[in-house]
Design a protein around this ligand. Structure first.
Ligand SMILES: [Zn+2]
Length: 123
């Protein structure tokens, strides 16, 4: 399950605080509850595929690319001086002529249509 309003979520995620706990784990503030945090784990594999998990309700319901995961990935990218954009389809991402990553959907996702696409650019 991927979000329909991906650009809106991305704008929201850019205002969220994230910090790194260890190599694969980040803590991201909750948007619905300012007293709460969500834990995001991120793993990259060699095919430029990103696997991410989050503790929020959207992720627990098999949703991919919640604002917390986006905020976590943007935080990691910012440390390498890179900026990310999120796209609903591979075609949208490839049109950007930048490096492309795939944020995998949950469960079986061999056709790569449950997840979202990420482009990365300098600056
Ligand atoms: Zn989340």
């Amino acid at each position: 399950m991927k979000p329909t309003n991906i650009k809106q979520l991305q704008a929201q995620s850019r205002r969220m605080q994230a910090h790194r706990v260890d190599r694969h784990t980040l803590v991201v503030q909750s948007t619905s509850n300012p007293q709460a945090n969500h834990i995001v784990t991120v793993e990259f594999d060699k095919e430029d595929i990103v696997q991410a998990r989050c503790t929020c309700q959207w992720a627990l319901n098999r949703g991919v690319a919640c604002t917390h995961v986006m905020a976590a990935l943007e935080y990691l990218a910012s440390k390498k001086n890179r900026t990310l954009s999120f796209w609903p389809t591979r075609e949208d991402a490839q049109r950007q002529k930048q490096r492309v990553f795939y944020l995998a959907g949950q469960g079986k996702d061999e056709d790569q249509d449950n997840g979202v696409w990420i482009t990365s650019r300098t600056g």
